[in-house]
Design a protein around this ligand. Sequence first.
Ligand SMILES: [Fe+2]
Length: 425
Amino acid sequence: MGQPDAVWAQDPAPAAEAAPLLKTTPYLQAMSQDSVIITWHTSRPAYSWVNYRPEGSTEPPLTAISSTYGLKDVGLVQKIRLSNLEPGVTYTYSINSREVTKIRPYQFTFGGNITVREKNGKPLTFTTWPEKADTFSFVMINDLHDGIQKHENLINVTDVSTAEFVCYNGDIVTDKNDGDAAIKFFLQTPLDTYAWEKPFFMLRGNHETRGAFARNLHEFFPTQNNQFYYTFTYGDVFFVNLDCGEDKPDDSSEYGGLVDFDSYRSEQVEWLKKVVQLPAYKNARYRVFFCHIPPAGGGEQNVEVDIIKPDGTRQAVTDFSRAWHGDIEVRDKFLPFLFDNKADLLLCGHLHRLVNYEFRRGKDILPVLVNSHVDGLRVDISPERIFMKVINQQGEELITREVLPREEQEANAGGAIRVGPILIQ
Ligand SMILES: [Fe+2]
């Protein structure tokens, strides 16, 4: 776990024992068809384990632990990966931590134990993702910028309770210096509403790269490949989470010479070359990409951009002279890749306004939906279409948009993309 070695390497401080050992209840990360990482926080260093078994089973529970280099992990963020699970099965689980107060050669001192089996009076459960799913829903929320009430509102109006997962598309945990602030301003809301039984994915925006906590962010939000860029599949939809990095050039004075995002974005292009060779990518009905910063248009590849208005009319965007460095990097490095490999949809945030774009490069078309910082996006997937609704905090639909399967789009001369009526502006 990488931290906090200084704590248990020294004699324990008696005053620190006042806080309960359990700092947060559990939240699910990196869910897939056969694995999940159950994550929680303790107020003092501990090692942990999870007991689990299929719901209704009378067999003894299985136990999962976490160790690195042969040593059980001891730290403040408890991350227990459960592997070799069955798809589409509900499991009951308990989380367990034992405080470690001192480690010396042949001498160990332990504090208390905690076990949590319930949340809101019900057994803790999660359900692995099914092997097949023709229809399902997910929610995207972005640019919360520490808005706790906004977060609660958007969870309600997008009906997260009937969605399979939530994607937080950047600028959620804004400019944090410590993890406690990240818990207070972001994590506590999922912890209180759904995160023990339903997973969320945290994608970085440009603000998640700022402040001291940026260097510990991944500790809180583990992923299958230990990167902030990764893929997952649900049903026959292939999802790609791109990590846009900062919005200004690496040598901007704001970053103090401490960032390296140009090469990081290039690294993701190399990774993408392997991703598109995967059978799951090739065979997917839909390929959905997330990237916090939307691309600029124009450039060497002469990418054309239309804004599709709520009444279905279009407005061409022709002036890209004020595009920021991040927008241009996303355009020049990621966008050609999305065109070349027939991505079906790119979902973004960052602009703090709702913009319904269509990007074109010659005959290639890419729908790009930019959600605002005050609304939520509900996406309902079916074999017939990707159906998107942008919903405000009062529960009113702002726009709807649908994307049809590629074969159908191609049959319709490359773009049966329709925009629903606007109900409120
Ligand atoms: Fe942003």
